[in-house]
Design a protein around this ligand. Structure first.
Ligand code: FES
Length: 132
């Protein structure tokens, strides 16, 4: 199966690989696995006081499409609010990377990972922020 140029680009030059320092309150971490293949994706966001995502990092143990999907979303979420990040759809990722049908679940993994990271951040910061 041939990967698209965009998948290969992100696979060969992944953006934002890594992790933030442990214990940083402004970081939300999402860790998700794909039951279909066992691939695992860890995605982190660093959120500013204004609620805007300043930075993002990922580590993915998975196929080329999963790596490309996570690399892409770390680029997309920067500068977005948490709500905007939550609205990212796997279909947008799949379309941008021209993923074939058998690789759609790889983009779902990235959507799930960003949602999990936002939820982790929100859980850490409680409901008080939403009221304020
Ligand atoms: Fe499972 Fe890509 S093959 S994440």
């Amino acid at each position: 199966m041939a990967y698209s140029d965009k998948v290969l680009d992100h696979y060969e030059n992944p953006r934002n690989v890594g992790a933030f320092e442990k214990g940083d309150d402004s970081v939300g971490t999402g860790m998700v696995g794909a039951p279909a293949c066992g691939d695992v994706m860890k995605l982190q966001i660093k959120v500013g006081e204004d609620g805007v995502i300043q930075d993002a990092k990922f580590k993915t143990y998975g196929c080329g499409s999963a790596i490309a999907s996570s690399s892409l979303v770390t680029e997309w979420v920067k500068g977005k609010t948490l709500d905007e990040a939550l609205s990212i759809k796997n279909t947008q990722i799949a379309e941008e990377l021209a993923l074939p049908p058998v690789k759609i679940h790889c983009s779902i993994l990235a959507e799930d990972a960003i949602k999990a990271a936002v939820q982790d951040y929100q859980a850490k910061h409680g409901a008080s922020k939403e009221v304020a």
